[in-house]
Structures are given as C-alpha cells and as structure tokens.
Design a binder for this molecule. Structure first.
Ligand SMILES: Cc1cc2nc3c(=O)[nH]c(=O)nc-3n(C[C@H](O)[C@H](O)[C@H](O)COP(=O)(O)O)c2cc1C
Length: 161
C-alpha cells in the first residue's frame, strides 16, 4: 500500500510474557504483509516510549493482569510521546472469565483512556482470548486477528484517500 510519503508502515508494541501476544503480533504482521503493509513488531522493553519510531499507525498489545494492562504497559503508555491526532489500535490477550470478572475487566478501557488523554485517535480494538494463563490461544484466534487487521486496513485506506 502506498501512502503520500511512501510505503505504509505500522509499529506494533507488545507486552507478551508467555508468548501468546507475540504469536498474535506475528500473525498480524503476516496478514498485513500479504496486503502490502509493513509491520514492525517490538516488545515494549526494547522501545523508548519518548522516542517512538515514525509510523502511519501504532498498535499496542497487552495481556490482562488483575483486570488491567500489565504494569509495564501502563508505564509505557504513560510515557509515550506521539503527536495528537496519531492513529492507534489495541489488541489484547485476555482470559475467558465469568460475567462477574468481566465487570471489572478494564484492560482495553484503561489503555484507551491513557492514549486518548494524549489526543491519540483509536481506529480499532479487539481482544484475543487465551484458554489458560500461559495459553494456548483460543481455537479461532487467527479469525480474530483477521477481523482486526481488516478494521485497521479500512482506516488506513480512508487515511490515504
Ligand atoms: C498474575 C496474573 C494475573 C492475570 N490476570 C488476568 C486478568 O485479570 N484478566 C485477564 O484477562 N487475564 C489475566 N491473566 C491472564 C493473561 O491474560 C494471560 O496470561 C495472557 O493473556 C497470556 O499472554 P502472553 O502469553 O502474551 O503473556 C493473568 C495472568 C497472570 C500471570
């Protein structure tokens, strides 16, 4: 895909501990490559949030921790420096929980709040479920990634037109 300034580029930052989130990131990268969009995947520990690499869109991905994003991801998002109006998308890995737990599960809302306070603009959000703390991912996880990738592509399309 060609934007005004050259090839479209996505930066994908994850806080995967057991590898499920990293697997999701890799799948997203593969699916976007097939559609001509370059995705760079990096664990947040390798990135300085105040020196973000340039991109057309940023994806942030965290596992759930006691209803919230990981502490590392919250710290990262707190420090992230990007211009207002920058587009972002969220893809979390979470556990299937009973209704009661769903009520206090706020992984995605917390990430949204932290980024929207900086004036960033959300284009997509989704969660991929894991079947146990260390995984594996739920059976149809690739489909979830595909639906998410389609949403991201649609927003990139409208951005470039
Ligand atoms: C201490 C701890 C607390 C957790 N709490 C939650 C939680 O509140 N909600 C949730 O969806 N998942 C929770 N999980 C499960 C994570 O969602 C799961 O480990 C993660 O998605 C796996 O992704 P990863 O392999 O990329 O680390 C918890 C896991 C650990 C280790």
């Amino acid at each position: 895909m060609e934007g005004a300034g050259g090839t479209t580029k996505i930066e994908y930052f994850h806080a995967s501990k057991y590898g499920n989130g990293a697997q999701v990131a890799e799948e997203f990268q593969k699916q976007m490559a097939a559609r001509g969009v370059a995705v760079t995947v990096r664990p947040i520990r390798d990135v300085r949030p105040r020196e973000m690499p340039p991109a057309d869109l940023y994806v942030f991905s965290s596992p759930g921790r006691l209803g919230k994003p990981t502490w590392g991801m919250r710290r990262f998002l707190k420090k992230v420096k990007l211009p207002a109006g920058t587009r972002y998308a969220l893809l979390t890995t979470e556990m299937p929980t009973p209704e009661e737990r769903r009520e206090w599960q706020r992984v995605i809302p917390i990430m949204n709040q932290m980024l929207q306070e900086k004036g960033l603009v959300k284009v997509a959000e989704s969660e991929v479920l894991v079947t146990a703390i260390k995984g594996p991912l739920q059976e149809d996880w690739q489909k979830k990634v595909q639906a998410f990738a389609s949403q991201v592509l649609m927003s990139l399309d409208s951005q470039l037109r």
